[in-house]
Design a protein. Structure first.
Length: 202
């Protein structure tokens, strides 16, 4: 039988089977959310790209931010809506379902490595499109294949060999972000497995 190619379908299937279980904490986003709290004024509009069940969206909302989220999986957004996070939408990062110049901040943690490498330029274009002139971007990106192999029984039905489709280093991502629209403000972490950086528009 031919393997499936639909990435959105894959993630809906994963969420149906407990991916990013609702009891999971905010380990992925915690450090960058702390920095946001330290340097970004309250009431600013923040978009979490790859919001999953909406942990970060909810936490930012409770901190006083006007927070929103997008995720490729309908199932993830269903969980968000059930929990009262009505600012979350099903949307691919390469075609974000929000209007131009809407957000002061984008947060994206452990998401960009999941996009196909051919979509990187389009995703960065979308980050630029939906953000205001002086926006700040907070990203955390894994640079190695997915460590958790517990989902292989689902992934094996698809053409993808790993959930991390773009395992490139910090230099690759900086070059792509800085090529047109953004500049790096700070490198928070740069380890063998992941990095965290802050960017602003040029």
């Amino acid at each position: 039988m031919d393997k499936k190619t639909n990435l959105k379908e894959l993630y809906d299937n994963l969420y149906d089977n407990g991916y990013h279980d609702i009891k999971e904490n905010m380990t992925h986003s915690r450090n960058l959310i702390k920095i946001i709290n330290d340097i970004i004024p309250k009431n600013k509009k923040i978009l979490d790209v790859g919001c999953s069940h909406g942990y970060a969206v909810e936490h930012l909302k409770n901190m006083g931010y006007d927070s929103y989220g997008v995720d490729i999986a309908d199932k993830a957004i269903e969980y968000c809506i059930k929990r009262g996070l009505t600012n979350c939408k099903c949307s691919n990062a390469n075609n974000i379902n929000f209007k131009d110049n809407m957000f002061d901040v984008i947060l994206s943690t452990d998401t960009l490595e999941h996009i196909p490498i051919n979509d990187v330029d389009k995703v960065i274009e979308e980050f630029n499109r939906v953000t205001k002139k002086e926006a700040t971007i907070f990203i955390k990106v894994a640079t190695v294949p997915e460590i958790n192999r517990s989902w292989e029984h689902i992934i094996n039905d698809y053409v993808y060999s790993d959930l991390h489709l773009t395992t490139e280093n910090l230099k690759f991502w900086r070059n792509n972000f800085e090529n047109k629209y953004f500049k790096t403000v700070d490198i928070i972490f740069n380890t063998n497995n992941f990095f965290e950086i802050i960017l602003t528009k040029k």
